[in-house]
Design a protein around this ligand. Structure first.
Ligand code: FPP
Ligand code: K
Ligand code: ZN
Length: 507
């Protein structure tokens, strides 16, 4: 290949003259390329982005994906200016120099010019989220278990041993557990599905689940199950899809009976189990856009798509439950449209901005959809969902735009925001989804015949990328995040240990 100059400082014009390179491009790419040079405004869609024409990629052109070859082109520019379009242009402007290498932020780069994963810095950052927190964190006082999960989850994705936090975490969450079952966000607070989910995951990560009162948990979950099949977040609180996913996760990981307790109010409406009418209720959350809303008739949001797909993947084997209750094609096309250009990450909803946390909430959906469409056949070659989204785009967004440079580390929503535990945890989970392959085993069963446990979600396998795939996505083995369970969002080995821990447990 007629490569760009070795010093990597070629201007865009010099690179454009590289005829040999242009000849290697597909005709579409070539079209975009030429538009940049000629009368861009006359060609449908491609208009130069104001202020961006000065941008000079420092990285070799061959290492830039086609959509970044000419950063002055804005393929999706619309002349109508609104607060939404202004916010998008601002985001585009803050991301482009980091994506192209115009601004490397002083990060250490790999041979493709992409930043390495700052493993040690992110580890150090996550550890500080276990220290005394600054005053603004007061607003998350009722979400303390989330802070525990994001920290130990994120650390474990980075390959850290988090069992050192076992005793401390057990003693911290003990007062959050209510004698009537479940965990609240703080001492004296009502039990809540999200806090309970986060506590159970954090405890699983450190190997401390024996502190959970399983019997009380089962009774409490019976009080939030609704007659229409869904779950409330707490007694008397809103019913939404987070509740369904959180409750089903807790039931499965702790091996609680899936029959409802005798006193559960939903029994009066004729329900017998936690799973009754659940799939139908999840199906009602799918909207006209194809995406999933938090509850029937609400706006679709990518984060709820993950909750729906993961919940259905607990209910039954994904190739049965997902197509049974959802229009998979419509959902896949809706989620594909959430990957933003030119940033490469995902937005949470139509016409909103890219945000690193959706790397997990949306990026994590692909493995579940893949399993839904693969009909129980494992492996990467069955149905090619990879054609619907760009792993390369997501990896580049996370490594270039979302790593906090300098001393601090941690990962952030987008360059203009500050890193936090939530975005660090879910950026790493999303990076793992983009870098690795997850598939559902052919032999997957919904229910264990002997114990009656819901085991559909325990049949996932993970595979590392090949050397060729890592080259194509332009990251090195040292930048690879470990295997994150596609349904429970903890390391795969933690989920296997949890499955085994409760395999023989009865109430
Ligand atoms: C909008 O916020 C965000 C939502 C409506 C939903 C967020 C839900 C989650 C992140 C997942 C919860 C899952 C569990 C398991 C508890 P916004 O308007 O600030 O963001 P946006 O502009 O990106 O939509
Ligand atoms: K957001
Ligand atoms: Zn976010």
């Amino acid at each position: 290949m007629a490569a760009a100059k070795e010093d990597g400082n070629d201007t865009l014009d010099e690179l454009l003259k590289d005829k040999a390179r242009i000849e290697e491009l597909s005709s579409d790419e070539e079209e975009v390329f030429k538009r940049g040079n000629n009368d861009a405004a006359n060609v449908g869609g491609g208009v130069p982005f104001p202020g961006m024409d000065q941008l000079k990629p420092k990285r070799k052109l061959e290492y830039l994906p086609p959509w970044l070859h000419d950063a002055s082109i804005n393929l999706f520019h619309d002349d109508l200016e609104t607060p939404t379009s202004e916010a998008q242009q601002k985001t585009r402007a803050e991301c482009l120099p980091l994506l192209t290498g115009e601004d490397t932020q002083g990060l250490e780069l790999n041979i493709y010019g992409l930043p390495h994963l700052r493993r040690q810095k992110h580890t150090d950052f996550l550890r500080t989220t276990f220290n005394k927190l600054p005053a603004p964190y007061q607003v998350v006082d009722a979400s303390r278990p989330w802070l525990f999960y994001w920290t130990v989850g994120g650390l474990s994705f980075l390959g850290e041993d988090v069992t050192q936090y076992r005793e401390r975490l057990i003693e911290t969450v003990r007062p959050l557990q209510n004698p009537t079952g479940g965990f609240g966000g703080g001492h004296g607070q009502y039990s809540h599905c999200a806090c309970t989910y986060a506590t159970v995951l954090a405890l699983a990560a450190v190997g401390g689940l024996e502190v959970v009162d399983r019997k009380a948990m089962w009774h409490w979950l019976g009080t939030v199950k609704q007659a229409d099949g869904g779950f409330r977040m707490a007694v008397g609180a809103e019913e939404d899809i987070r509740g369904a996913y959180c409750a089903m996760t807790v039931i499965t990981l702790l091996n609680l009976p899936f029959e409802l307790p005798a006193e559960a109010p939903a029994r009066k409406a004729g329900l017998d189990t936690f799973t009754d009418r659940l799939g139908e209720w999840v199906g009602r959350c799918q909207t006209y856009e194809g995406g999933i809303a938090g509850a029937p008739n609400n706006e679709a949001h990518g984060a709820y798509a993950f909750c729906a797909l993961a919940c259905l993947s607990i209910l039954d084997v994904p190739h049965k439950s997902i197509p049974k209750y959802l229009d998979v094609q419509a959902l896949a096309s809706c989620l594909a449209s959430l990957q933003t250009m030119p940033e490469g990450g995902f937005a949470g909803r139509t016409n909103k901005l890219v945000d690193a946390c959706y790397s997990h909430w949306v990026g994590g959906c692909w493995a579940l959809l893949q399993a839904a469409l693969s009909g129980g056949s494992s492996g990467r070659n069955s149905v090619k969902l990879d054609d619907l989204w760009s792993r390369e785009g997501l990896v580049r967004y996370l490594l270039c735009c979302c790593q906090q440079p300098g001393k601090k580390g941690g990962m952030r929503d987008k360059p203009s925001t500050r890193p936090d535990g939530y975005h660090t945890c879910y950026s790493l989970a999303g990076l793992s989804a983009a870098q690795n392959h997850y598939s559902y085993s052919k032999e997957g069963q919904a229910v264990d015949k002997q114990s009656g446990r819901l085991i559909a979600a325990f049949h996932w396998t993970a595979e590392r990328p090949t050397v060729g795939e890592m080259k194509a996505l332009k990251f090195d083995e040292e930048d690879r995040v470990g295997f994150v369970h596609p349904v429970f969002v903890l390391p795969m080995d933690v989920i296997e240990a949890t499955r085994r821990q409760f395999a023989e447990s009865r109430l």
